[in-house]
Design a binder for this molecule. Sequence first.
Ligand code: HOC
Length: 368
Amino acid sequence: AAGKLVCVQDYEDYARKHLSKSAWDYFSSGADDELTLRENQAAFRRIRLRPRLLRDVSTRDLTTTILGEKVDMPIGISPTGLHGLAWQDGSLCMMKAAASMNVCMTLPTFATSTPKELVDVAPSALKWFQLYVTPEREFMKRLIQHVETLGYKALVITIDVPFTGNRRPMTRDGFKVPPHLKVSNFPEELRRKYAFPANATDESLSWKDIKWFQSVTSMPIVLKGIMTSEDAELAVQHGVQAVWVSNHGGRQLDSVPAAIEVLPEVVRAVRGRVEVYMDGGVRQGTDVMKALALGARAVFLGRPPIWGLAHSGEEGVRHVLQILKDELSLAMALSGGSNIVLMPFGRTFDSSPKKMFKINAFFLFFRL
Ligand code: HOC
């Protein structure tokens, strides 16, 4: 049945019809007027590609590395809360699908399986852990060190949620996590105190706390939620290993620009000193190409794997990933690239100020 759906939009349409209202509202909604939510996709649509031809595209290599780890394509899975709302054992299904496609899975703090359960179903797959920072530092430290011991390869700290954005459909209906779902990362007493989606995060979190994270882990740190060149520069100065451009799928501050629009200023600011990823609005292979052309090392998917889960669990997620992989491969071929890292749009960045922005692009985009 999964074969009948041919693009991510088909999966979203299926999910809209089949998820419960409360689950659909949780996954689909954005903050306030949902301007940013809509803009994330709309901004991709405004970018156009310039293909180069006669370049032997008979084979295509989509493999790349992120933080030194090899993956089969520059597309990973973003942390999204409450997978179990979309499919039973949703976090495990997502992990298995990611493992079978050899892409990075980012386990959210508000997952519905534990970090260890993911290791058990996919021991050697690439896993990152996304952290919401609660005020309970001892608990945070234990959790971070636990995932590190389990072999998670990066700590992705979400920095754009000092308070949860107002997603009106959820507020209207008084969204509650169904009692059968366990938000497994929290021990019982903390689960009551920081019950999702009540405000669980430490709203006093600031740049000076980065040192603390660095002191408790040797995992590379990725800051997720960067939306300005100023914060990108601060991230580099604070010694993190990567920045992740994201407006939280339009679920936090409404009226910020689309993630893809912010990407170039962040890429320029970091000047190749750290890797840059993005999420927000990626729905097809050409979107991935556009993000890569603008300097992202990889893109991550938030809602699309959820729509896959809602359709057919692990199989649905795998098919969503396969669709995007096929679309990316075709888009590469049609625009003259046989290697995703060396695509003709390949910009290279040199940290020396003189050669700050060496572009060997002959493939680029323009905006309408
Ligand atoms: C601490 C509360 O990322 C979402 C999730 C969780 C946000 C609430 C965090 O729903 O966007």
